[in-house]
Design a protein around this ligand. Sequence first.
Ligand code: KG4
Ligand code: ZN
Length: 335
Amino acid sequence: MSQKPCYILGIESSCDETSAAILKNNIVLSNIIANQKVHKEYGGVVPELASREHQKNIIPVVEMALNKAKIKKNTLSAIAYTRGPGLLGSLLVGSSFAKSFSMGLKIPLIEVNHMQAHILCHFIGNELKPKFPFIGVTLSGGHTQIILVKNYFEMKIIGSTIDDAIGEAFDKCGKMLGLEYPSGPKIDELSKKGNPNCFKFPIPKVDGYNVSYSGFKTSVLNFLNKKNKKFINQNLHDLCASIQNTLIKIIIEKVKLSINDTKNNTIAIGGGVSANSSLRDELKKLSKKHKWNVFFPKLEYTTDNAAMIGIVGFLKYKNGKFSSINSKCEPKLKI
Ligand code: KG4
Ligand code: ZN
């Protein structure tokens, strides 16, 4: 006899995207994302504005997700939400909504770690999946981590940034070049017409599988301080390509090292920066050469989205891992 399907509503509100998704088991029926444009003029996320935007967006986004999935709220089996890490004010909007909705509907509540979700998005759908144990690499605006993933719920960070995250470095360098926030996608695009070896920036030496991006950022700033606007405009493509090349080299070196040491050659990449085309090309080249199995998420599951929260919700639902209504949001929640 076939089992009754499980319908999960996923809610993501950890930073500046308000998102709701509906999953039928491991299949995404809808994944609605409201991007907050208000931060562009400030060159970064303003926490207070982010919470206010979440407040405006959360109900319309959930309604759109239900409508697109063509299901009624009474069909839902459980609600999964991001408990952390993230901005407290932003997390509170999503978690308060999820708690109230689950109480109203009398269905279970499931808390999700945002960084685990960036890795477990690889379990959405019926395509080939990474086999446990594997190496997870999270590359986002707030995190840069190399993780040993033993199973769905057991993960251990073996390396991380000791200062800035890779996405933050993309965004800050973009700001120095006069690009809009978030500038990662713009640098990616402009780099396509540039020479990645035109300008040389130093690769920092950091212990183990840890990385550092702060020194690199300062070296770009010092370099640009000696140049004028005209130089930047005339060399924009080469500057972007050279900056991107170094940012990617820094993390790929450590991924290589972790693969060699752990003798585990299955790697799953996640987070906003995993959308980067040059990072993908480089890792594909290396995986061919060294026979690695590299998994990249579909582009819609790279930057923050609720489908990745929903898939963790589904995996936890199947394993009876529910949460209490008293569970508090954790801005610094660890993996
Ligand atoms: O995972 P994410 O959506 O949010 C956090 O959890 O932080 O990641 C956002 C980051 C931003 O820094 C953005 O510039 C970067 O991902 N990003 C990219 C690309 N697309 C998004 N960086 C480089 N290349 C891209 N194509
Ligand atoms: Zn994220």
